[in-house]
Design a protein around this ligand. Sequence first.
Ligand SMILES: [Zn+2]
Length: 459
Amino acid sequence: MKTIQAYRFALDLTPAQERAVLAHAGAARVAHNWALARVKAVMDQRAAERTYGVPDDQLTPSLGWTLPALRKAWNSAKREVAPWWPECSKEAFNTGLDALARALKNWSDSRAGKRAGRPVGFPRFTSRRRTTPSVRFTTGTIRVEPDRTHVTLPRLGRLKLHESARKLARRLDAGTARILSATVRRDGGRWHVAFCAEVERAERHPTRPHATVGVDVGITHLAVLSTGELVPNPRHLDTASRRMRRLARRLSRRVGPDRRTGQQPSNRWRHAQTRLARAHARVANLRRDGLHQLTTRLTAAYGTVVVEDLNVAGMLRNRRLARHIADAGLAELHRQLGYKTGWNGGRLLTADRWYPSSKTCSGCGTVKAKLALSEREYQCEACGLTLDRDLNAARNLAALAAQIDTAGSGPAAGRGADRQTRPGGQVAVKRQPGTATADQTGTVPPQGGTTDHTLARAH
Ligand SMILES: [Zn+2]
């Protein structure tokens, strides 16, 4: 099975190397902003000409929005725009132009209704302060050194890794991976290099192909499984979260930037800001690591994993930190389960957003009208069942999988069934990227993520 996979390693850059990377990231920004200004100028010019009644064939020729076209325009102008251009790798300018080409395509697709999801705005100029410095190399010398603690990139040369690259190096040595690109980027106050690689993975099967597990992401726990297992939060997460909140309070007492008054941030604010960003990154890393261990374990064992759908609208609205973290955890859980079930030959089922997994009794099926978030125990008035709230939800999710299986295709034939209606009123809808209709016939998406169903409720 061929997959595209990323391997990310932390870097230990020397000050000179850091300056070189920042210069490349700056070059990417210059190319991006120059090309965007050109695109805008040509668009405005053509619009003005149209108002004067210039016929379409005599308008100023429009600028191509593809990467090759933008690159050609840049190459003919770079001597004037950026006389220092030979100091940076051409890949730096390519990084910025590629980002712009994709942004323009997303915008035009979105306007033409060819793109799912929320409307995409017109690309904006990037500023040094707002953007994450990053540069991507696709050609030239990109390699992991034999000592596995250094990497070599074009122009930047030999960079020291903060951790061993053995996982990628082993695959490269065995010939089961091929590096497609390398991106150097600063996130969470630390530099990383991410290798995008084409990896040949061995076929795997879950140890219990017919078993199902429901997963509910919690706040006090990392997750609750329908088997009754409470997966605890990663160690040190509480300490790290407390520290994060303390640093956030400290930041709010410092003099920050204010656009209305033109107030510049104080050095003490900048310092506090850096420390808070690092604390945030640590909390995110701890959670991600915990989720990775959980999803690897689940997809290796269970043939079917059932999770709730993401409530994207709710995620954007709710500003409470605990809820926000739980939502972010759910999004990450989805992402990891999505590709890991593909790798392990299992399947991921997603309960519809409106499926009341928390409000339904896992014993008798009664649905409560209301259940406050503060009620941690589920108590059923109909059958008297008393159960942990999250465990009840997890059991309901696991039961959903059994419902679609008995209603039609069965676990082995999970790919075929696109729409099934049952007496219970549940409809299983095959989820298609970019489409929302229930009658679409499923095709096999790349990376083997074939078995992604959404369970919707019939009216
Ligand atoms: Zn009940």
